[in-house]
Design a protein around this ligand. Structure first.
Ligand SMILES: C[S@@+](CC[C@H](N)C(=O)[O-])C[C@H]1O[C@@H](n2cnc3c(N)ncnc32)[C@H](O)[C@@H]1O
Length: 304
């Protein structure tokens, strides 16, 4: 592990380059007021928990009640940690800070809104220092479950409350299976792709197609594109190649970066952590439910 990795094993609760955690939680509390007050919320959270435990990912998000329960329970801590992560990873912060260009982002499996909130928190904070700059961010979110209501509500709130010029941020929600979609995702025009807490699901659903998706990124993304993959630390499933068992993360690295020590792939790893903590400072924030600390694995790749 190099020095850079070590310093990324503990993310700050908040940074100067992202909005205050309290503003992030306000967004969620205000937009989910009715859900958070619903007497049925806890029972739906239990159903989603059970589906996720059984790795039955498709049924975990197959109704509005379950999707809203997921957002109420899991999105807040995720959004806080992504806000800290995006502002702590220098290449991502630099991308969001650049004052002139239009940035195109694709969030795979980002329907529950955590990536949207995390990206917006950093983009909007950095924009405050230079609000008349021409830079814009277009966030494309593709998800197999229909999260359009959640994304539309969060986008509207962000444009109206976090930005001086709301038109500088836009989102496009695509309800489709990333592994078989015919939608033109304009991979050659993307500056950043995120696959956060979603690779396990993709590999569980369709292993061959998931490998093909990574190969598609190899073939189509432009040089300089950033790709961020994160997953619960230690949660990766294993694959068997020949007689040996490997973590899926090994397979992902081999496809993207090349064989170990040869680095003959088309991506390079620019930042990573095998186990990174994000701890909630409970004294600084309040939320209707307990906000849990997070521990995850991540890799930030850059296309050569
Ligand atoms: C565990 S959730 C993670 C949500 C979000 N990325 C986060 O970090 O909070 C996984 C997401 O991936 C989506 N998903 C699963 N399989 C998918 C597929 N084949 N195509 C697109 N989205 C998929 C699910 O619907 C769900 O929204």
């Amino acid at each position: 592990m190099n020095k850079d990795e070590l310093s990324n094993d503990l993310l700050p609760f908040t940074t100067n380059d992202s909005l205050e955690p309290i503003k992030i939680l306000d967004l969620i509390e205000i937009n989910l007021k009715h859900i958070l007050n619903s007497p049925e919320l806890q029972s739906f959270i239990q159903i989603v928990k059970g589906d996720l435990y059984n790795r039955d990912y498709l049924s975990a998000f197959n109704s509005d009640e379950k999707r809203f329960a997921y957002v109420a329970r899991w999105t807040p801590a995720r959004a806080l940690s992504y806000s800290s992560l995006f502002s702590s990873l220098k290449p991502i912060k630099a991308l969001l800070q650049e004052p002139i260009q239009i940035k195109n982002v694709l969030c795979i499996g980002g329907g529950a809104g955590s990536e949207l909130i995390g990206l917006s928190s950093v983009f909007c904070r950095l924009k405050e220092y230079n609000s008349s700059s021409s830079s814009e961010i277009h966030i494309n979110i593709i998800d197999i479950a229909n999260w359009s209501t959640v994304i539309n509500h969060f986008t509207k709130y962000i444009k109206e409350n976090w930005l001086y010029h709301g038109e500088k941020l836009s989102t496009n929600f695509i309800c489709d299976d990333i592994l078989i979609t015919n939608t033109d995702l304009q991979l050659n025009n993307l500056d950043l792709i995120t696959i956060l807490f979603t690779t396990n699901e993709l590999f569980t659903e369709k292993r061959k197609e998931t490998i093909k998706l990574l190969q598609k990124l190899n073939d189509n993304c432009k040089s300089g594109t950033l790709l961020l993959i994160a997953e619960s630390a230690g949660s990766y499933s294993h694959i068997i190649i020949g007689e040996r068992k490997f973590p899926i993360q090994f397979l992902i690295d081999t496809i993207l970066v090349g064989k170990p020590n040869e680095n003959n792939g088309v991506w390079e790893i620019v930042n990573s952590s095998e186990s990174c903590w994000y701890r909630i400072n409970q004294k600084e924030v309040e939320y209707s439910m307990k906000l849990e600390n997070m521990r995850f694995f991540y890799r930030l790749y850059r296309k050569k």
